[in-house]
Design a protein around this ligand. Structure first.
Ligand SMILES: [Fe+2]
Length: 349
């Protein structure tokens, strides 16, 4: 017997009965049961979507002319997934993406908020993010964390526009009705760069045998020069490895560097095709260097440098580097930590 047989609809019920239910704030479950618990696979709103940098960049620079930073606070164009509706400003159910522009001399004032944020630097030199008094320089490919509750602001001492990709768990935090921000005063730079305390993998500070493993965010900036070197080293050390991929982690605990979204970097070797199985989390790919073809389910995208695309969960993804000589480097954000914590994580053959 098929246990997914058709159920009664709302229209099957007398209008007077439906009105009596509504008047008591009651809803019959069975007309909606199949849509909230669809057979076998979730109903995915997230659509495979590609945001080419060549299209986005001129519009972002135009925002720099149209809207002074004082009128924007954060001058951002949100990479919105049409499957969720553009007004929802989300790339997937839990991921927000925004491309942010800071012009020379501008300052994006201090605030802190409940959603966790990271930024992947896309273009330009001379800008910095100050997080809890620690000045984090921003260069192409660097990853800078501003975890929940930490003060952060952005300044720019350089001479050309700086652009970065913000990734937040804002849609999830907003959904749970826990999203808010607090504005603050300009920070004084008081702290040294925490990344310098974790200059090499495998060793952590332990003064007089004391570890700092309880520290929530020991590292805030992951320099691309280090991540890039780690990928090249891994590729050379393990030529047969299935994927040349490294995760951004908390160096004290080895856990994901943030609680809700996961971040990693991937090197596609020259000529490589990598097939990722269908997994429950949605993913975002941002091309740091080189070129890559990404097929999300049946949807192909050709990514050039600084392009961004997203893939819904439960969908296989194939990545190909067509270059015979040059590796491609990608930054990946995904919902794996969240799904594992919720117990809904799965991989399908
Ligand atoms: Fe922020």
């Amino acid at each position: 017997m098929n246990d997914m047989h058709a159920l009664g609809t709302l229209e099957d019920l007398p209008l007077s009965y439906r009105e009596a239910l509504s008047a008591q704030n009651l809803v019959p479950l069975w007309p909606s049961l199949r849509s909230v618990l669809p057979p076998g696979k979730p109903a995915l709103r997230t659509r495979p979507t590609h945001w080419p940098y060549s299209s986005l960049r001129p519009l972002l620079l135009q925002a720099g002319e149209l809207t002074p930073v004082e009128k924007a606070e954060r001058r951002v164009l949100v990479l919105a997934n049409p499957g969720h509706g553009l007004e929802k400003m989300q790339a997937s159910s839990s991921i927000y993406l925004g491309m942010q522009l800071l012009l020379p001399g501008e300052w994006a004032p201090a605030h802190r908020h409940t959603p966790n944020a990271v930024r992947m630097i896309v273009e330009g030199e001379g800008a910095y993010t100050t997080v809890e008094g620690e000045k984090c320089p921003m260069s192409r490919g660097d990853l800078i964390l501003t975890p929940t509750g930490l003060w952060h602001e952005h300044g720019h001492d350089g001479t050309a526009p700086v652009i970065w990709l913000d990734v937040l768990d804002l849609p999830l935090v907003y959904y749970t009705e826990t999203s808010y921000a607090i504005e603050g005063k300009e920070q004084h730079v008081t702290a040294t760069e925490r990344e310098r305390r974790y200059a090499r993998g495998g060793v952590v500070p332990s003064p007089v045998f004391a570890r700092d493993a309880a520290r929530r965010n020991p590292m805030l900036r992951y320099a691309w020069s280090d991540t890039h070197a780690a990928l090249l080293s891994l590729a050379a050390a393990e030529p047969q490895i299935e994927a040349v991929q490294v995760a951004y982690v908390n160096p004290e605990t080895g856990a994901d560097c943030q609680n809700i979204l996961g971040y990693s970097a991937l090197m596609l070797r020259p000529g490589e095709t990598l097939r990722l199985p269908a997994r429950s989390p949605a993913m975002v790919f941002h091309l740091i260097e080189g070129g890559a073809e990404i097929v999300v389910g049946e949807t192909p995208f050709a990514l050039t440098q600084a392009d961004t695309c997203c893939a819904p969960g439960y969908t296989p993804v194939t990545l190909t580097n067509r270059s015979a000589s040059t590796p491609a480097f990608l930054f990946i954000a995904d919902e794996t930590p969240l799904h594992k914590k919720l117990g809904v994580y799965e991989t399908r053959a």
